[in-house]
Ligand binder design. Sequence first.
Ligand code: ATP
Ligand code: MG
Ligand code: MG
Ligand code: MG
Length: 476
Amino acid sequence: MKRIKIKDLLAHGEVGAKVTVKGWIRTFRSNRFIALNDGSTINNLQAVVDFENTDEDLLKRLTTSAAVAIDGEVVESQGKGQSIEIVVEKIEILGDADPDEYPLQPKRHSLEFLREKAHLRPRTQVMSAVYRVRNALAYGIHKFFNEKGFLYMHTPIITGSDAEGAGEMFRVTNFDPLNPPKTEDGEVDYKEDFFGKAVNLSVSGQLEAEVGAMSMGEVYTFGPTFRAENSNTSRHLAEFWMIEPEMAFYDLDDNMDLAEEMIKYLIDFAMEQCPDDLKFLDQRYAQEQKGKPQNERSDLGLLERLDFVSKNDFERLTYTEAIEVLKRSKPFKKGKFKYPVDWGIDLQSEHERYLVEKEYKKPVILTDYPKDIKSFYMKQNDDGKTVRAMDVLFPGIGEIIGGSQREESYDKLLTRMNEMGVPQEELWWYLELRKFGTAPHSGFGLGFERIVLFVTGMGNIRDVIPFPRAPKSAEF
Ligand code: ATP
Ligand code: MG
Ligand code: MG
Ligand code: MG
């Protein structure tokens, strides 16, 4: 018999049908009830064993996480919550899981503990729910942009450009690090890195995506991104995924509109695709909130929050206005912010979260940041001090999107690159885009794991990617 997935069986199974299911045992109770899961859904299928007529050795092997194939008949379920279950006719053990050694028991483990078991944690309800939501969001991204006529563009992973100029690149070498080539001064000759060129893993696909925008009009890239972050926070990884649309003939307002529309689309899409997973995560979120001090609790449940964000306009204000708001705020006056607030600072997560969670109680888009804390490629405002940047700030996280209108003037861009020490020799092609048919254009970067964090209500970015790459978590 052909195997049927548990998700399909629970949705469409007809009483009386004979079926084959395969999966891993979540629990086996009273020598009788198997809760079986195959990863297709958060819901388990109940398979009822006739223990009196089943070999005792076989019963002993029905342990948590053993892999089994079951033939059975679909019957109406006696239990609550589920309409059907199966009565086991034949059971085959595909792979045992010795209960004395198997590390994950049905009781709830801490997420920290599960991180050390990245190869087994997708068998837990919480992680499997997160991965399915992650998958839906990735699908939603391609769907959203393709429906809008954007072209999906692959940008290089090995590159010579450091878009952010923040010095957070992982270098790529193809020489033996213990025996590196040396310059005449005896220094490591990094120019020998990659067939004679210094290269690194991409920190952003933006500069190359601009090439796409300035020829194809509207493009996006969605690829792995690498940053040698030494910050050990709950929102940074050394390897993450970024969605970067880049559009010709868009100004900053068009850019903000697109970002807002995209986020709302993604939230709606995840709710439509993963109702059961999100219901489970909503309950989990509610429990987590209970354990927090009153002033740190979210006013809304997870699903309520998703619904709210998808239905309400984001607040839009300038960086300069935001600094004024922060200076008038209670935590500022009472000295509760850890980092000082003054015009010119790069906002910290605590400031961003204050604006979102306490002041406006909705997502916030800040624009027109001081040019000295932003990258060289952003379009300069006439005030000589600020650039047409935008950051989208979300509750619980802070920044989830950074973007801008790009500088389209060759002269202004060149001057800014020189001021900031950005090497022209490497970015000559980027400059040439401003020499031949330059045009206003804009784009942004959405950290994929940050939107997954928001939609799943998880607290740590290490728990929304299958194999987190961060300091102290490189075991896998
Ligand atoms: P942050 O202020 O959080 O360090 P950033 O301003 O350095 O972020 P950008 O260069 O603006 O980040 O990158 C665009 C987006 O990529 C960010 O808004 C964020 O969502 C995501 N992002 C940046 N760095 C990381 C990281 N180390 N891990 C996960 N996502 C990241
Ligand atoms: Mg950063
Ligand atoms: Mg930032
Ligand atoms: Mg940013």
